[in-house]
Design a protein around this ligand. Structure first.
Ligand SMILES: Nc1nc(=O)c2c([nH]1)NC[C@@H]1CN(c3ccc(C(=O)N[C@@H](CCC(=O)O)C(=O)O)cc3)CN21
Ligand SMILES: CC(C)C(=O)C(=O)O
Ligand SMILES: [Mg+2]
Length: 257
């Protein structure tokens, strides 16, 4: 499958193939290498790194420099996967700023950017695409815009919100995004969006009917037990494995071995 470099068009062309896209977030060089060996086709340097790597309470404290630092680390791994970077808070509501930010992310090694928002980011998405930037959409729960403290909930339950989500998805896909992340959507709404739009939907906490799924890497391996959305089923308990290794090491040192 991925002996060739993955491109935004490769991702876009998964639509209606029945071949689901398994995406993960990544923040560093070794993990990028390992996930690439596992043939994960899409790696997102997500602003969730602010929480799982930098210890902020939410994603709104993440700076462009934080993002660039991690994008560079991931880029050094020279992966076959498509490397997508989140446009961080503060850079995605003015077209010129978003373009500047996207160019910086590209210089650091990103091959596409992801932006939170629907119709309200239309002009920005248009500008980015016209300038040769590949854009991934992100609707439903948008952690950058939840307010303080963030209130995490399911989206699309009431009719008005459901309609807005479907409109936003159609709107973004017509603008030319190559995929759209659906975060914390009601499963039936995510299924309907997936049926209606012409680009792949990548779900997180949005049920099984999306064209792909994305998960925060730290959640997959149980490396961030302090904040865990209900939809996460960790495959490993890395936090415990690390603790056990450290305890074993300490015992070794103390016993003079
Ligand atoms: N470690 C981590 N994993 C993530 O998936 C993640 C982050 N951090 N930080 C930023 C956002 C926030 N995310 C979230 C958080 C909660 C839900 C969610 O649906 N939570 C509940 C519903 C509300 C509740 O009852 O608490 C759920 O059903 O899981 C979804 C996405 C996804 N992102
Ligand atoms: C959860 C994914 C979609 C994300 O935006 C992130 O990790 O920042
Ligand atoms: Mg994000």
């Amino acid at each position: 499958m991925n002996s060739i470099k993955i491109t935004p068009d490769w991702v876009r062309n998964r639509k209606n193939t029945g071949e689901k896209i398994a995406a993960l977030t990544v923040v560093d060089y070794p993990t990028a290498k390992i996930l690439d060996e596992a043939q994960i086709p899409l790696l997102l340097v997500g602003d969730s790194l602010g929480m799982v790597t930098l210890g902020y309470e939410d994603t709104t404290k993440v700076s462009l420099n934080d993002m660039l630092h991690h994008v560079r680390a991931v880029a050094r791994a020279n992966v076959k996967a498509l490397v997508v970077a989140d446009i961080p808070f503060g850079w995605n509501r003015e077209a010129e700023k978003a373009l500047y930010c996207s160019r910086k992310l590209y210089e650091a090694g990103a091959e596409a950017v992801k932006i939170e928002g629907g119709k309200e980011v239309g002009q920005i998405v248009k500008l980015l695409i016209s300038q040769g930037i590949a854009v991934m959409g992100h609707i439903g729960l948008m952690p950058q815009f939840l307010g303080q403290p963030p209130k995490y909930r399911k989206y699309g339950i009431d009719e008005k919100e459901k309609k807005q989500i479907i409109d936003d998805a159609l709107f973004l896909s017509r603008l030319g995004v190559f995929a759209i992340v659906l975060e914390a959507l009601d499963e039936a709404v995510a299924a309907e969006v997936t049926r209606l739009i012409e680009v792949p939907t990548i779900g997180i906490g949005s049920g099984k009917y999306c064209d792909g799924q994305i998960l925060v890497f730290h959640d997959l391996v149980g490396l961030f037990p302090w904040f865990r959305p209900k939809f996460v089923q960790p495959k490993l308990n890395m936090a415990l494995l690390i603790k056990e290794a450290a305890i074993a090491y300490k015992k070794e040192v103390q016993s003079g071995l």
